[in-house]
Design a protein. Structure first.
Length: 195
């Protein structure tokens, strides 16, 4: 129990912006949440642009694989609270409960916290019967990956090493680089959020 609390406190201390709630008075947090391909939450009116600007190290308007991977590894270091080069169960639990709790909630549209307004029936999002439904982090992300941290666990041993994380970053970049030109642009990524 101490380890989970320690991991959560280190994560929150190291990255206070990650644990910020949705802006008060606005729509539910889910409506202003973007989750980067590596699972980092960005809360605000244009989280995709905020993530892209931070990842685009040379500010040329395009993300290359090295920039994309460096951004992923930066977030890995924040999640690896004890610095052992692996994200394990307690660190993953801190991710799911303290950093991005939205990925574990069922979501309805309407009331506070995503629930229906008092006295109203929930409005459930329309789902295209032919499309694969998006759950978890995928509802707020460019990729249909419900839990990005667990998605990096290639050998399924309940831990994600830095090597696995770097390989996951490459795989995610290749999925997003649909024209295979070796770069991602904000304009090309934006339509993926509407899917």
């Amino acid at each position: 129990m101490f380890r989970i609390a320690f991991a959560a406190s280190v994560l929150i201390a190291a990255a206070p912006a990650l644990a910020q709630p949705a802006p008060p008075g606005g729509p539910p947090g889910e409506r202003h949440l973007f989750i980067s391909p590596s699972g980092e939450p960005f809360r605000g009116p244009d989280g995709l642009a905020d993530w892209f600007a931070g990842a685009d190290a040379d500010r040329d308007g395009a993300l290359t694989l090295p920039e994309f991977r460096n951004d992923a590894m930066r977030f890995f270091k924040l999640l690896d609270a004890n610095g052992d080069g692996q994200m394990d169960g307690p660190e993953n639990t801190a991710y799911e409960t303290k950093i991005v709790p939205e990925i574990t909630r069922m979501d309805f549209i309407g009331g506070p916290g995503g629930g229906p307004p008092p006295g109203k029936r929930p409005m459930i999002r329309k789902v295209d019967r032919h499309a694969q439904p998006r759950t978890g982090a995928a509802r707020f992300s460019l990729l249909n990956e419900p839990q990005p941290v667990r998605g990096g666990d290639a050998d399924l041993n309940q831990r994600v090493s830095s090597d696995e994380w770097a390989k996951a970053a490459r795989r995610r970049f290749e999925l997003l680089d649909t024209d295979q030109d070796g770069k991602l642009t904000l304009d090309a990524l934006r339509p993926r959020l509407a899917r």
